[in-house]
Design a protein around this ligand. Structure first.
Ligand SMILES: Cc1ncc(COP(=O)(O)O)c(C=O)c1O
Length: 451
C-alpha cells in the first residue's frame, strides 16, 4: 500500500511539520481522531504528486499501477475528486480530439456541468424508459438509433452511464463493437460499478471494451468519499489523462483519501471476491423472502430498488418508514426506493434489512398510502433545443414555479433529485409534458432564461 505506508511511516517519525496543512498533523480539538490528522499531509519529499506522478514514478504512481494490474486496464489514474473529476477529464480528452459527444440521456449532473464548462453540446440518445425516469434501458432499438447516429457523425464519442442509479447495466460490449466499427470511442460513467470487476464474470466496462471509464470507489466499495479512478484502455488517452485531470482538480489532493484508495486496493487483492460471493448469496435469499414484484429487476445485485410505484405505494413515504425502522436509503421518489448494498455487509446486516422491510411493508399497508393508478410520467422525446447548454447557463435567468415554465427555456438542467438524472437540459424548451414530469418528480421551481 505505497501511499498508506508512506503517510503512516511519516506520521510515526513525529516530525515538526513546518509545511501545510495548518493543523500540523494534530487533532487540536479532539473531536476528530488524531490518526486522520497525522496522515493528512501535503506533497513533501518522497510523497509524490498526484498530477505529476507519471513522471515521478513515486508512491502514487505505484498505487495507480497496482490498480491498473487489478482491473486489467492499460492505465489507471487516481482521483480524490470523485468520478466528477474523471468525467471532466474524459470529456476534456475527447474535446482535445475535436470529437462530437453523443450521450445516452440518463446522464448524471457531473456530465452536464462538465459540458457547460467545456462548451460541449451533446447529441442525445433517449434510452427506453420503462418504469422510472432515472433509469433507461439500451434495447435493440436504442442500439440501432445509436448506430444510425454514429453513421452520421464521424469522429464521435459515445457517452454511456452504466450501471445507472437503479443498477441497470448497459450492453457495453455491443456498444463498444458498434463504436469501434465507426471509429468512435466509448466512454462509460461507471461511477456505480467499481465492484463489477470482481463478479464471477467481470462486468466492468474496461473488460467489455470501453476506451475509458470512471469508477467511484467510494460508492460501492469501502473507500472514503471522493475516492475514484479513471481507467484507460485506449493508448491515445494514457499520456493526456493526468493533464486533463489537472486542469479541474484541486492542487491539494487529499492523502487521506489516497490512503483509503490504497486500503481498498488491498481489499480488492484480498477478500473482496469472497465477500461478493457471500453477499450475492444473502441478497438472493433476501429477495426470495419477498414478493418477486417488490424489487425492480437489476443487472447489479448490489443496487436493490423497491418498486414502490408498481407495488402501489409512495416511495418517499416508504423511505420515511424504513428510516424509522433504522434503515436509511440512498434515494427515494414517489416511484422507487433505492437501497445500496455492499460487499462489507454481513449476514446480520441482511437480517436487519429484512426485518425493516417486513415491518415497513406492514406499516405502509396499515396507513393506506396506496396510490393505485398513478403511474410515473416518463420522457418520450428530447425537448426542443433552442440554445446551447453553456449559453443558457450563462444567460440571465430567474427561478420560477414549474407551473409557469411552459414555453420558457430552461437555464440549467433539471433533475428529479440532487443525485439523479436530467429531465430537461439547459437551452431546451419546456413544454406541457416536461413540466408535468418535473412536477411528478417533486421539482417545484426551475431556473428559466429571462425573457
Ligand atoms: C451516475 C453517476 N455518475 C457520476 C457521479 C459523480 O460521482 P462522484 O460523486 O464520485 O463525483 C454520480 C454521483 O452520484 C453518479 O451517480
Amino acid at each position: 500500500m505505497p501511499v498508506l505506508d508512506f503517510v503512516s511511516e511519516y506520521a510515526e517519525k513525529n516530525m515538526l511539520r513546518c509545511h501545510m496543512p495548518g493543523h500540523k498533523g494534530r487533532s487540536i480539538w479532539g473531536d476528530f481522531p488524531e490518526k486522520i490528522f497525522s496522515m493528512d499531509i501535503t506533497e513533501i519529499k518522497n510523497a509524490d504528486s498526484l498530477f505529476e506522478s507519471c513522471e515521478t514514478g513515486g508512491v502514487i504512481r505505484q498505487t495507480e499501477k497496482n490498480i491498473s494490474d487489478i482491473y486489467g486496464s492499460l492505465d489507471s489514474f487516481i482521483s480524490t475528486g470523485g468520478s466528477t473529476l474523471c468525467i471532466q477529464a474524459m470529456l476534456t480528452a475527447v474535446k482535445l480530439e475535436k470529437r462530437r459527444v453523443i450521450a445516452v440521456r440518463n446522464v448524471h449532473r457531473s456530465f452536464i456541468n462538465s459540458c457547460i464548462l467545456l462548451g460541449i453540446e451533446p447529441e442525445w440518445i433517449l434510452p427506453k424508459y420503462s418504469d422510472f425516469a432515472i433509469s433507461g434501458e439500451i434495447d435493440t432499438q436504442v442500439l440501432e438509433n445509436t448506430e444510425t447516429m454514429l453513421k452520421k457523425i464521424p469522429n464521435a464519442c459515445l457517452y454511456v452511464t452504466s450501471p445507472d442509479y437503479t443498477g441497470y447495466i448497459a450492453p457495453i460490449d455491443k456498444l463498444a463493437e458498434i463504436c469501434h466499427g465507426y471509429g468512435a470511442v466509448l466512454i462509460v460513467d461507471n461511477a456505480h460499478g467499481a465492484h463489477l470487476k470482481f463478479m464471477e464474470k467481470s462486468l466492468h466496462p474496461i473488460s467489455l471494451g470501453a476506451d475509458m471509464c470512471c469508477d467511484s470507489l467510494h460508492k460501492m466499495l469501502p473507500a472514503l468519499t471522493g475516492s475514484a479512478v479513471l481507467h484507460v484502455s485506449n493508448k491515445r488517452y494514457s499520456p493526456i489523462a493526468k493533464h486533463c485531470m489537472s486542469i479541474f482538480g484541486s492542487t491539494s489532493p487529499s492523502y487521506v483519501i489516497m490512503s483509503s484508495i490504497d486500503r481498498c486496493t488491498d481489499y480488492m487483492r484480498g477478500n473482496l471476491r469472497r465477500d461478493i460471493e457471500n453477499s450475492l448469496h444473502w441478497i438472493n435469499d433476501l429477495r426470495k423472502k419477498f414478493d418477486s414484484s417488490l424489487f425492480a429487476p437489476s443487472g447489479d445485485p448490489f443496487h436493490l430498488s423497491v418498486n414502490a410505484g408498481k407495488y402501489g405505494f409512495d416511495g418517499k413515504i416508504f423511505a420515511e418508514i424504513l428510516r424509522e425502522c433504522g434503515v436509511e436509503c440512498e434515494y427515494s421518489d414517489s416511484t422507487l426506493v433505492i437501497l445500496l448494498l455492499s460487499p462489507v455487509f454481513g449476514s446480520e446486516d441482511y437480517s436487519r434489512l429484512e426485518k425493516a422491510l417486513e415491518s415497513a411493508l406492514k406499516r405502509i399497508k396499515d396507513i393506506k398510502q396506496r396510490r393505485a393508478g398513478e403511474s410515473p410520467k416518463l420522457p418520450t422525446e428530447v425537448p426542443v433545443k433552442v440554445m446551447g447548454m453553456r449559453e443558457a447557463f450563462f444567460s440571465e435567468s430567474e427561478e420560477i414555479p414549474v407551473g409557469s415554465t411552459v414555453g420558457r427555456v430552461c437555464a440549467y438542467a433539471e433533475v428529479p433529485c440532487p443525485p439523479a438524472v436530467l429531465i430537461v437540459a439547459g437551452g431546451e424548451l419546456i413544454d406541457r409534458d416536461t413540466a408535468e414530469i418535473l412536477r411528478f418528480y417533486g421539482v417545484d421551481t426551475l431556473k428559466a432564461v429571462k425573457l
